[in-house]
Design a protein around this ligand. Sequence first.
Ligand SMILES: NC(=O)c1ccc[n+]([C@@H]2O[C@H](COP(=O)([O-])OP(=O)(O)OC[C@H]3O[C@@H](n4cnc5c(N)ncnc54)[C@H](O)[C@@H]3O)[C@@H](O)[C@H]2O)c1
Ligand SMILES: [Zn+2]
Length: 239
Amino acid sequence: MGTISIGADDRVFVLTGAGISAESGLPTFRAEDGLWAGNRVEDVCTPEALRNNPWRVWEFYSARRAAGAKAEPNPAHFALAELEAQLGDRYFLCTQNVDDLHERAGSTRLVHMHGELNKARCERECGRPPVEDRAIYRSLDEVGHCACGGRMRPHIVFFGEIPLEMGRIEAEIDKATLMVVVGTSGSVYPAANFVHWARQRGARTVYVGPEAPLNASAFTHVVKGNAGEVLPGLFAVTR
Ligand SMILES: NC(=O)c1ccc[n+]([C@@H]2O[C@H](COP(=O)([O-])OP(=O)(O)OC[C@H]3O[C@@H](n4cnc5c(N)ncnc54)[C@H](O)[C@@H]3O)[C@@H](O)[C@H]2O)c1
Ligand SMILES: [Zn+2]
């Protein structure tokens, strides 16, 4: 397998997906036939679902919160936090995950492009910022309201909605000389395009995961294996 050398002039952009949290016991999205923890995505993860059956959506995300609170970061999350500690502002992490396992492993330079499980925001998009919300609701009556009167919704980017922080993400990809992608199937856009953007700018691109992603041909290296086994010891930082 060898190691990936990171020199003094390198800037590293990391993209993670559900696979990095698999060894922490959180199910990936496409583990079985497009079901996520036994649910069809259309029923729990779209603007239509929120409109037509907000309790079904909140019930699903309450269960995800309960599972997330029990999970612990695994060696892959810790290996990336360690890489950040070595590289400082030459490191940037973009996660598609809504869990907080990267933060709990010590990562600070990160964005959650698909939102955060432990936050809620106004469903009317009235402009008030998301608030922390770790509650595990048992009925829709328990879900709070914004000062404007709108009901709170999970701070999650549903299918059909625009990912968060895209300007900052694109600027970081522009600067990167090495892109490392971990545990994502390459089927959700625009994240699946990041590797193409990095390649166009001449960056090295590395994928880590047990199976080749759909966009495998865009990577200069594919390292087969579980993230928690591969990432510790994968990087050799030189100066
Ligand atoms: N933990 C979470 O926050 C979580 C969990 C499930 C889904 N999601 C959401 O669902 C969407 C799904 O896209 P996705 O591409 O992230 O997930 P995905 O389920 O489509 O793909 C998961 C990928 O992880 C790989 N994988 C499985 N075990 C692994 C391991 N031990 N180490 C490394 N890789 C492993 C699989 O081969 C697969 O390619 C995302 O947008 C995300 O927001 C989030
Ligand atoms: Zn509001």
